[in-house]
Write a protein that binds this ligand. Structure first.
Ligand code: TRP
Ligand code: ZN
Ligand code: CA
Length: 449
C-alpha cells in the first residue's frame, strides 16, 4: 500500500502492456483476447452466425457426479429432502454457477415438515419475454446417494450451464437453469416454483426441458413425447449419432416436467430407463443386457458413481447442450473482448489498487450485460473487495469481503448493467485487500461488450 509499491505496480503494468500493443493503439489500451478480434478492430468479432453446441466433456460431468457422491458419503449416504446432504448439494452447485457468472436464487419451501430448496440460475441477457428453461431434480431418495437418479440429470444440466458461460453465449432467448428439491416426494419443488410464478411470467416460458435419469447403467434412449419442436430437436441430435430412440413410456408425468406441462408450458426431455426391463429388441439396437432392468439400482443404496453408463451420460449431456443452443437460437460469438494481462500487486491489508483497460472505437453506451472476467491470484480471497470503475468513475461492486471465505483466488465472470455508462474510455478494476496476512495480485481481467 506504500507509495513506492504503487509506483512499482504502475511501472510493471506499463511494461507488460507495451508487449501487447500494436502501433495504432494508444497507451494502456488492452489487447483483445480472441485471435479473431484484434483490439484495433474488435467489431469484427460480432457476427450473427449460428453456433454449433460444444461437446460437453464427459470428464467434467463425471467430476460433478463424484462430488455429489462425496456429499452423500459425508452425510449419511444420501442427498434426500430434509437431510444435510441435500442442502450441501444445493450449496455446491450454486457456488459453481455463481463463479461462472449466473444470477442464482435459492427458493425455499416446506414439505413434510422440512425446508426444501430449489436453485434457479439465470444467464444474463436474452429476451426476457422468451425464456428457455432446463432443469433436473437434485434430491435423492433416502435409501441411497442418487447418482443416476438424479445426479445424472443435475450434472448434465450443470455442465451445460457452465458451457454456456465458457462460450459466453448470447442467445436470442433468455436461459434459465433449475435444480429442483423434493421431486422424490411428488414433484414438490417444481410444483412450488410453477405455482408461485405469476401468470405473466409463466407465459414467458417458451419451453421447459427435463432431465431425470440420463445415465442408467443398462441404458435405453428415450425421448419424451411432448412438445413436437423439443422432441424433434432431441431426435435430430440422436439421428446425427446414428442411434435409435424410442418414446418415453415408463410413467409420463413422473418427473418435474409434469409441473410445467400442467400449466400449459411446452415440455420435453430425455430418459435412459428406471426399473423397467430392457427387451431383446432394445438390447439389439442399444447394446446392454436384455431381460435386465435399465437401472437395477433404482432408488437403492447401490445408485452410486458405479451405477452410471458413461456412453449414455456423455451422449445425453451433449444432447442437452445441442437443445439449449438450438432452441435458444444461440447466435453470436462472445462479442468484443478488451483485456489486460498486466500483473498488479495487491498489498496486504492496504490501499486499493487499480488495473486499467481502455475501450475505444465503440459507439454509445455499454451493454446491460457487460461481462467482467476477473482472474486474481490470492491466498485468501475473503480478504478482497473488488469493484469495476466506469470511465466516469462510477463504481460497481463485484465482490464483497467475507471473513469466512478462505478459498484461493477470485476467478469469476461478473455481469454488470452498465447501460448508463459510455462504452469508450478507461475502465478500471479496483481491488482492495482488507485483512492482514494473505496477499496476491491481479493476474488479468477483461471486459466483454
Ligand atoms: N425420478 C423419477 C421417479 O422416481 C424417475 C422416473 C421414473 C422417470 N419414470 C420416469 C423420469 C419417466 C422421467 C420419465 O419417479
Ligand atoms: Zn426417483
Ligand atoms: Ca490479506
Amino acid at each position: 500500500m506504500t507509495h513506492s509499491a504503487h509506483r512499482r505496480t504502475a511501472a510493471a503494468a506499463a511494461l507488460a502492456l507495451a508487449g501487447l500493443l500494436t502501433a495504432a493503439v494508444p497507451a494502456a489500451t488492452a489487447a483483445a483476447a480472441p485471435a479473431a478480434a484484434p483490439a484495433a478492430a474488435p467489431s469484427a468479432a460480432t457476427s450473427p452466425a449460428a453456433l454449433a453446441a460444444p461437446d460437453i466433456p464427459l470428464a467434467n460431468v463425471k467430476a460433478h457426479l463424484s462430488e455429489l457422491q462425496s456429499i452423500a458419503t459425508a452425510n449419511g449416504g444420501n442427498r434426500a429432502h430434509g437431510r444435510p446432504g441435500y442442502k450441501a448439494s444445493i450449496d455446491h452447485v450454486k457456488a459453481k454457477l455463481d463463479a461462472a457468472g449466473f444470477t442464482t436464487t435459492v427458493q425455499q419451501f416446506t414439505s413434510s415438515g422440512a425446508t426444501g430448496y430449489n436453485l434457479i440460475a439465470d444467464w444474463p441477457g436474452g429476451d426476457a419475454n422468451q425464456v428457455l428453461m432446463a432443469g433436473a431434480h437434485l434430491d435423492s431418495v433416502g435409501s441411497g446417494p442418487g447418482i443416476n437418479d438424479n445426479g445424472s440429470g443435475s450434472a448434465g444440466v450443470l455442465e451445460t450451464a457452465l458451457a454456456v458461460s465458457r462460450a459466453q453465449l448470447q442467445p436470442a432467448k433468455h436461459l434459465r437453469f433449475a435444480w429442483w428439491g423434493a421431486e422424490e416426494l411428488g414433484l414438490v419443488g417444481s410444483k412450488y416454483y410453477v405455482n408461485n410464478l405469476p401468470a405473466a411470467d409463466r407465459s414467458k416460458i417458451s419451453g421447459y426441458l427435463n432431465f431425470d435419469m440420463i445415465g442408467s447403467p443398462n441404458p435405453g434412449y428415450f425421448v419424451y413425447d411432448d412438445d413436437p419442436t423439443i422432441e424433434q430437436t432431441f431426435k435430430d441430435y440422436y439421428a446425427g449419432l446414428g442411434v435409435a430412440t424410442e418414446i418415453e413410456t415408463e410413467g409420463d408425468g413422473r418427473s418435474d416436467h409434469a409441473s410445467f406441462k400442467n400449466v400449459g408450458i411446452p415440455v420435453g426431455g430425455l430418459f435412459t430407463g428406471a426399473s423397467r426391463t430392457k427387451s431383446s429388441a432394445q438390447a439389439q439396437k442399444w447394446g446392454g443386457t436384455a431381460g435386465q432392468a435399465f437401472d437395477r439400482c433404482y432408488h437403492s443404496s447401490c445408485d452410486t458413481t458405479a451405477n452410471i453408463n458413461d456412453t449414455a451420460i456423455d451422449r445425453n449431456s451433449d444432447a442437452i447442450a445441442h437443445a439449449i443452443w438450438t432452441l435458444s437460437a444461440g447466435t453470436t460469438v462472445p462479442g468484443d473482448v478488451y483485456e489486460t494481462t498486466a500483473d498488479v500487486a495487491v498489498p496486504d491489508n492496504g490501499a486499493a489498487v487499480t488495473s486499467s483497460v481502455t475501450v475505444s472505437g465503440r459507439s454509445g453506451n455499454a451493454p446491460t450485460t457487460l461481462r467482467v472476467g476477473v482472474d486474481i491470484k490470492h491466498t485468501w480471497r475473503g480478504d478482497l473487495v473488488v469493484d469495476l470503475l466506469a470511465p466516469d468513475g462510477t463504481s460497481y461492486r463485484l465482490k464483497n469481503s467475507s471473513s469466512n471465505d478462505s478459498a484461493d483466488n477470485v476467478v469469476a465472470t461478473y455481469t454488470v448493467n452498465a447501460s448508463s455508462e459510455s462504452a469508450n474510455g478507461t475502465w478500471k478494476l479496483r481491488v482492495q485487500d482488507v485483512a492482514s496476512q494473505d496477499t496476491g495480485y491481479i493476474d488479468s481481467w477483461r471486459l466483454t461488450f
